[in-house]
Design a protein around this ligand. Structure first.
Ligand SMILES: *Cc1c(COP(=O)(O)O)cnc(C)c1O
Length: 351
């Protein structure tokens, strides 16, 4: 006799960074923003009209797509929103990656891509980064069922320029190219300026890092209206109400405060520059960081041992036991005080 157990879908889940919650901990392991969301968000949250929670939210997410379209200077029909960019990306995989040809992405990249490809039974091929952890654009010239990569890449923090993105787009006129810009606000140049020129470009961003709202779960995609319509059609085909009322309102409020957004990013970049110099003095090696994290290795110290020693001190960083990067640590840029404590510990450890 067969049982329901024979029909459970077997998948390999994504392993998220741990979410410890201890007093005095220093959490530099999941690239959250150390600063609070814009003041308007906090104020609105305190005075939320909870009566509205009786009602279903607006399935078109009008208030949020409008705020984003104004911020980025695009049409509202060019903006799609979802429950974190993970939701947006997962929907984009299902909406656009339906070819028999493999979807291409780097071997070292956001580890959700292979998880989704497998979950949705999408064929895929990974392309090795070069020895300096840069994407080799020629690897993406062949026939494929789509292309996706983060820029800057995660967990390497390596940025590719706009000319590079343009080159990939030019060589993939018949494929959809998704640029996952989870970290673009930390100093890189966004591919949003190419959206009007390329009907095969989808740019995906998130409120989780640069906008300090990881807990709210808001992500978005910008592309030409035809792409956004396809995403919305797919969404409405199985769940019209992905975005909750609270995230729509608070998200829209966050977008209105450009000054605060730019100010907190500037603080993080300043801390990153200083912390990178200090790490270099300690002998760490890394590519120039372009995200809110630094991806470091040390010629004399084992990353795994350092990770464990830091953990003992309740300083959490991220370690990946994966080929090519198993002697690296990904360190989120926190506040100056947090980075000082990290550096202080490292100095003592290396004495
Ligand atoms: C953090 C991250 C995301 C997902 O962020 P959400 O919190 O789901 O918006 C997507 N891509 C990359 C590369 C990331 O690092």
């Amino acid at each position: 006799m067969s049982s329901w157990r024979d029909y459970v879908r077997r998948v390999t889940p994504y392993t998220p960074g741990e979410q410890p919650n201890e007093p005095e901990m220093i959490k530099l392991n999941t690239n959250e923003n150390p600063y609070p969301p814009a003041p308007g968000v906090l104020k609105l949250a305190e005075h939320m009209e909870t009566d509205k929670l009786r009602l279903y939210p607006d399935p078109t997410s009008n208030v949020l797509t409008k705020a984003l379209s104004e911020f980025y200077g695009v049409e509202q029909s060019q903006v799609f929103v979802g429950v974190g960019s993970d939701d947006v990306l997962a929907m984009a995989f299902q909406t656009f990656f339906n070819s028999d040809k493999p979807v291409l992405f780097p071997d070292i990249t956001y580890s959700f891509y292979p998880v989704w490809a497998e979950a949705f039974k999408i064929p895929y091929e990974t392309k090795a980064l070069d020895e300096n952890f840069h994407i080799r654009k020629e690897d993406y010239y062949g026939e494929n069922g789509g292309v996706i990569f983060p820029n800057p890449n995660a967990p390497t923090s390596v940025l590719e320029g706009l000319a590079f993105i343009k080159d990939i787009l030019e060589h993939n006129r018949n494929s959809l190219v998704i640029v996952d810009e989870a970290y673009i606000d930390f100093g890189g140049e966004s591919a949003l300026s190419l959206v009007s020129e390329y009907d095969n470009l989808l740019v995906v961003q998130t409120f989780s890092k640069s906008r300090s709202m990881a807990g709210m779960r808001i992500g978005f995609a910008i592309g030409q209206p035809e792409l956004i319509k396809a995403l919305n059609d797919f969404k409405y085909s199985f769940n019209s109400y992905t975005m909750n009322q609270t995230s729509l309102l608070l998200g829209a409020e966050a977008v209105k405060d450009r000054a605060y957004f730019e100010e907190s990013i500037a603080k993080i970049i300043k801390t990153r520059t200083w912390a990178a110099e200090e790490l270099k003095k300690l002998g760490f090696e890394f590519n120039e960081p372009w995200a809110n994290f630094i991806f470091v290795t040390h010629p004399k110290y084992s990353a795994k041992k350092l990770f464990e020693a830091l953990r003992e001190e309740k300083i959490y960083v991220r370690y990946f036991s994966l080929p090519r990067i198993d002697n690296y640590l990904r360190i989120t840029v926190g506040t100056d005080e947090e980075m000082e404590k990290l550096l202080h510990f490292l100095k003592e450890y290396m004495k």
